[in-house]
Design a protein around this ligand. Sequence first.
Ligand code: SAH
Ligand code: SF4
Ligand code: F3S
Length: 441
Amino acid sequence: MNKTFYLETFGCQMNVVDSERIVSLLDGIGYSQVEDPKQATLILMNTCSIRDKAVRKAYGHLGRFKPLKEKNPSLIIGLGGCIAQQEGGESLFDTFPYLDLVFGTHNVHRLPELVQKVEQDRVRCEETEFLDMETRLRLFPSRTGDETVSRFVTVMQGCDNFCSYCVVPYVRGREISRPSQEILAEVEDLAAQGVREVTLIGQNVNSYGTQQSGEISFPELLTRVDAVEGIKRIRFTTSHPKDISPELVACFGTLPKLCKHLHLPVQSGSSSILQAMNRGYSREQYLKLVTQLRATCPDIRLTTDIIVGFPGETEEDFAATMSLLEQVRYAEIYSFLFSPRQGTGAAKLVDETPATVKSERFDRMLKLQDEITRQIWQADVGQTYPVLVEGESKVGEGQMFGRTTWNRIVNFSGSEDLVGQLVDVQITKAHRNSQLGELVK
Ligand code: SAH
Ligand code: SF4
Ligand code: F3S
């Protein structure tokens, strides 16, 4: 019988990269990927546990596979990623009797062996041990390019920041930086295969290199990536404000390939909430950083993450977040209602704010930001900007899409031979999440 797998990926860039690895590992043991779970002999979910909603969503999807298993008992169902790491096999096998395989965030490389064990012995398998640093250093997946113009490159894994609300340090383990020679070799390889944009990823890329003695700093790494021939654009995410050095700020003024966009999660505009979140900066320090970034690169655009309804958030604290949004004028925000995560510090805090008050604050914030976002992208109309063309657009035939330096998608009429090129596009219309434009000949 043909071996086929169906893979669902939730969560952040780390999981996207892990899933790419899963695809290539399964390919190595004779599995081909299918888009319909009904056609699969193996179903895998790569999950996220950042908020309760993400967990419920994953469990909801998992439940849909139960009838498939009932119809076909030889179907193998596996769950990996951050929920697997958080919950472990025992409890997951208990809750989901039709689950065969549980693999943690440090064990993706073991997947072929685990899948084969389930296949041969028809036993349930779990692997959720964290690995030691030395082993992890050896295991940073090295990837090669394919048809895509833009790719993620992992520069670090894990997180040591322990923001009081966050589960990531518990499900991804300690921070570790990938050797810079390996990163640069990967970027060179990707460039040679036609990749034109790289996004350096990690939970906190600004602290790159600080854990390993003799490693170069993040600004130095950016400088070296900037020198790689064939690469036209560089992005990185995610940044922790407390770890942005003056050298990193300077990169936005000196590195020609570095995009003028920075995702700089603030979480709250209130210094006392920031302190309760263990973020390591105050409102004032954050705003000073924004000023420095804009002095260095006047047309930089910022995006951010905000948590509404952190335990103890008063109306005054919330007003501070609103005023920060007005002051910074982010191009986009990603906002979340606080979700208590088991094992984190903030889950133990008294939380007296009623859910209705929280959701009312949330709506007020979205309304304010929607208007700011609209104004910022609307002001581009009539302007001409370089767009890196990524491929055919979903909006219709003969339509291509690419991104401006600010990471906004622009759709325009063009031909496929433009893919991978930087072309000038005049913006003609701004939608909520994308823009329309015309190719400037
Ligand atoms: N490492 C990144 C991203 C972490 S997760 C960073 O430090 O910015 C992405 C976002 O999810 C966070 O920035 C935060 O805004 C949100 N988040 C994390 N834990 C949360 C929780 N328990 N409740 C609500 N939002 C949360
Ligand atoms: Fe979570 Fe904070 Fe680490 Fe980001 S920096 S992953 S929010 S603990
Ligand atoms: Fe989610 Fe894990 Fe990423 S919890 S946000 S997939 S590190």
